[in-house]
Design a protein around this ligand. Sequence first.
Ligand code: SF4
Length: 280
Amino acid sequence: MLAEQLISKDPLESKSPFELRVHQSQVSESAVKRALETGDLGFLHSFTTGSTVDGPGVRVVAWTAGCQFRCLYCHNPDTWNMMNGMPVPLDQAIGEISRYRHGLKIMAGGFTLSGGEPLMQDRFAVRLFTAAKAMGIHTALDTNGYLGERLSDKELEEIDLVLLDIKSWDPERHRQLTGKEIGPTLDFARRLAQRQRRVWLRFVLVPGFTDDVETVGPIARFAAELGNIERVDVLPFHQMGRFKWKELGLDYKLEHVEPPVRELIDRTCAQFRNEGLKAF
Ligand code: SF4
C-alpha cells in the first residue's frame, strides 16, 4: 500500500488534544505490524502547536494513539486504541515538525511526543526524534515509562528531556489506577538517572486516589534520590475528558470527583519541595 493512500482526509492538526477522535485508521493488521517494526508509519491523534506546558518554551506536540495503561482519570481515552489514530507516514510527520523549526528555535521551544503512550510506537518515535534533532530542534518525550526498555542507551541520547509520569507509589494502588504494574516505570526512572538524562517528573493529583501523604511522600523521596529530576509538575485532576468517556461508552468512575483545592495542591508541592525538588 502506498503511503499516500494511508493519509486520512481529516486534518492532522487539531486545536487541542481534547478533541474526540476515533476510528481514523483503516489499515490492515499486517500493515500495522510492519509500521510498528519499521517506524515508517505512525498512528497519531493529532498535532497541536503553541503548547507551553509540555516542555520548555513553546512546543509543537504530536499526540500518538495507543496506550497500554487504563488510567481511571485519563482525559484522552480515545488515544487508548492505536486504530483511533490517523496513519501518518514518517516523512509527513517530519515535514509537519519542519514547518515550525525556525519559530521553535526563536521561542526556545521544541518538539514533544505525547499521547497515548508514544513508546507503543517506539520505532516511529525514535525516527521522529532523530529527525528533529538533526534539524536542531529540542526534543521531549512524555511517557508513562512502562516501555522504556524499548529504547537503547544510544536512542535515549536523541531525547533532550523526558517528561515522566509517576502515577502512584503503592503497587496495588498503581494497578487499580492504571491496570498495570509500577515496576517498569520505576526501573526506567532509575535508568534515566544512571544515564544522567534530563527528566521532569509529572504527578497527577486526584483527590481520593493519589492525594494522601503516604502516596506523595515516597514518590518525592524516590525522585530526590534519583538526582536528575529538574522539576516536578503537580497536575491537578480535571473533568475536561469526562465527555469522551461518555461518548465512548466507557464506565467513568471519577464522575463525582472534584478537582483538588488550592490547599491540597500547595501541600503536595510542599512535600516535593521538602525533599529539595522544584515543584510547581
Ligand atoms: S498513561 Fe496517559 S494516555 Fe495512557 S491511560 Fe494513562 S493518562 Fe491515559
